[in-house]
Design a protein around this ligand. Structure first.
Ligand code: F2R
Ligand code: MG
Ligand code: MG
Ligand code: MG
Length: 346
């Protein structure tokens, strides 16, 4: 495996977040965002010498995860929690989700220990736990660190549970981690979309069967999120089947993808939206994955970050435009972290 795939993955996570953030939840994103609007807005920053793209909570937490894994040469629940909390306290303005902030605040009232670290996330949303996409959006360093799919699943689960105790929040992070793990192992010249989806479906079938955590019905202002949470039939396996169907028809339009997959702040919609953004553009390159993910609208920074993390692991950093890398805040730090995660395996 080449180092550029490791760096490409973390740069992808950063670039998707930075370049997707200007469109997040914008009022014009409900039915998707037109390509001209995306190109026009991005070009203003890309073309202006002194302008840059700043990152949000997606990259802040991805950096926290990478730091913690590297420092401990593995997963330490207390260290990762302290890092999330301390990085939030240093830069609270990064646009963190409402629920996770209350977890950081609870962690800040007493010493974090192995015994109490998971308590705040278990109590979130009337005890149902968060199904937000926040555990999935930060997961990229885990498949880069892991030596096997089983280790990848185990760390992704335990790291997710620090803030997201709902089974869909956890399983969304596992699915995103496995998609990156597989993309990292894959080669451009013999990649098969159907094999990728079959692999993910097989893994998720076992994982979803084993998930015992009940989902809750916390009242939410966003009706779409509530619908997904209520659905007893929801599973990532069924979302992967929808992706398979949508991919098999070349003419599937954005509106259909948004209607059938979704694009909101829940893991149940955002992770599948990221996967289809990658797969639909597999032959078109990294840049098209980014444009497509943003064009879905909704939670654009997070969907683009996750889609580009998979794409970066697949193509490698050399296929990412240099200007994009230079324009995104702290890209040098993500390059360095990619190198260190690569060295874990040598
Ligand atoms: N837009 C954001 N963040 C909002 C920033 C708001 C700001 N802090 C403010 O106060 O104005 N983007 C970022 O948030 C997403 C990741 O969120 P994360 O980390 O999953 O957070 P959280 O709070 O756990 O979940 C997000 C929301 O999902 C709904 N929700 C989750 N579980 C629920 C449940 N069991 N029942 C009902 N609702 C549930 C809630 O509305 C949560 O607030 C990324 O998009 C990132 O870019
Ligand atoms: Mg964000
Ligand atoms: Mg977001
Ligand atoms: Mg900085």
């Amino acid at each position: 495996m080449s180092i550029t795939k490791y760096q490409g993955c973390l740069l992808g996570a950063l670039i998707g977040d930075c370049m997707g953030a200007p469109f997040e939840m914008s009022y014009f994103g409900r039915n998707g965002i037109k390509r001209e609007i995306i190109l026009n807005k991005l070009s203003k920053t890309l073309e202006k010498k002194e302008s840059t793209f700043g990152y949000t909570d997606d990259s802040a937490m991805t950096k926290s995860v990478a730091h913690s894994l590297l420092k401990n040469n593995g997963f330490s629940r207390t260290d990762m929690a302290r890092r999330f909390r301390d990085d939030y306290i240093k830069e609270p303005f990064r646009g963190y989700g409402g629920g996770v902030v209350s977890i950081f605040q609870q962690w800040n009232t007493k010493e974090i220990t192995d015994d109490n670290v998971y308590l705040p996330s278990k109590h979130q949303f009337d005890g149902s736990g968060s199904f937000g996409n926040g555990a999935a959006m930060r997961v990229a360093p885990i498949p880069l660190f892991a030596k096997s799919p089983d280790q990848c699943i185990e760390i992704a689960q335990r790291a997710a549970q620090l803030t997201h105790y709902n089974k869909h929040g956890i399983n969304g992070a596992i699915l995103q981690a496995l998609a990156i793990f597989h993309a990292l192992q894959s080669k451009k010249d013999n990649f098969k979309v159907d094999e990728f989806l079959t692999y993910l479906k097989k893994q998720m079938k076992t994982i979803e069967k084993a998930s015992k955590v009940k989902i809750g019905h916390h009242k939410n202002e966003n009706e779409n999120i509530e619908e997904y949470a209520k659905s007893e039939n929801f599973s990532y396996c069924s979302q992967l089947e929808v992706i398979e169907k949508l991919i098999s028809n070349e003419n599937t339009d954005l509106k259909t993808v948004i209607e059938q997959i979704g694009h909101d702040i829940s893991a149940m919609t955002a992770v599948p939206a990221a996967i289809i953004s990658f797969l639909k553009n597999i032959d078109n390159g990294f840049e098209e994955v980014l444009y497509y993910a943003i064009s879905l609208g909704g939670d654009t920074d997070t969907i683009a970050s996750m889609a580009c993390a998979i794409a970066g692991a697949f193509y490698g950093a050399q296929d990412i435009p240099k200007l994009w890398i230079e324009k995104c805040e702290d890209s040098d730090i993500l390059v360095d972290m990619g190198e260190k995660l690569y060295q874990v395996h040598s």
